[in-house]
Design a protein around this ligand. Structure first.
Ligand SMILES: [Zn+2]
Length: 239
């Protein structure tokens, strides 16, 4: 992303990184510009449960404790993706959960990666997860998601601010995953409906409700069948 700056490259705006998105959400909630609708609050409550989960008490078993720490972070990612791809969120909530999903993306394969060869693989993977860095996010995010999940003050109605659209250029493939049973994954690579191209470069535009993919041949489509995370987690450089 951002590397396609040659002649004729489309103008693009980087999507906000994690810190910016979390700060913006905090400001909007504090000022009352964002009073979350029920669907946002429900999703926030689900993620907050994972953020505040206690580790099991395994005195004297340090190896298991390390796995427990990563499992907690992995569950945050999985629950966040569940709500993100459920499609019931407002644009600012989508932006926030998308940012959280990227922050916890390193735990996609830790401690237990999906076994199937067709399962998702995301960029930015490391051989060991940055566990302490992930845990440093727990407290601040739990506070933020607690605010999001709290009941609205009496006499107020939900209010949703706009979320800033973005566009990026991405070279590479987008894959749509199916999961017919718990350890079985299927994957199809998205192809341009006009030229059949699969590798881009794609111009990805997103208004936090949906996104479109623009092919190098000039075709732009929103009818791609890709879940939010299937595009968002593949992009580089939005952190
Ligand atoms: Zn095309």
């Amino acid at each position: 992303m951002g590397s396609d700056s040659g002649p004729g490259a489309p103008a693009v705006d980087a999507p906000p990184g994690v810190g910016r998105t979390v700060d913006a959400a905090r400001r909007l909630l504090a000022s009352g510009e964002w009073r979350p609708a029920e669907s946002d609050a429900d999703a926030a409550a689900g993620v907050r449960t994972r953020l505040t989960a206690r580790l099991p008490d395994r005195a004297g078993t340090s190896v298991l404790a390390a796995t427990d720490r990563d499992r907690r972070l992995q569950r945050i990612l999985r629950t966040t993706l569940h709500h993100l791809d459920g499609g019931a969120l407002s644009p600012p909530a989508t932006a926030l959960l998308a940012a959280v999903a990227r922050a916890f993306r390193p735990w996609h394969p830790f401690p237990n990666p999906p076994r199937a060869a067709a399962a998702p693989r995301y960029p930015g993977s490391t051989s060991t997860p940055p566990t302490a860095a992930g845990e440093a996010l727990l407290g601040p995010l739990a506070d933020l998601f607690g605010t999001l999940a709290a009941p609205l003050p009496p006499g107020t109605v939900p209010l949703t601010p706009r979320a800033e659209p973005w566009a990026v250029v991405h070279e590479g493939r987008f894959r749509h995953y199916g999961r017919p049973s718990p350890s079985v994954w299927t994957a199809d690579t998205f192809a341009c409906p006009a030229c059949g191209g699969r590798s881009g470069p794609w111009t990805v535009r997103c208004d936090w409700r949906a996104f479109t993919l623009g092919c190098a041949c000039g075709t732009v489509t929103g009818d791609h069948g890709l879940a939010f995370s299937e595009v968002w987690l593949v992009l580089d450089g939005a952190d």
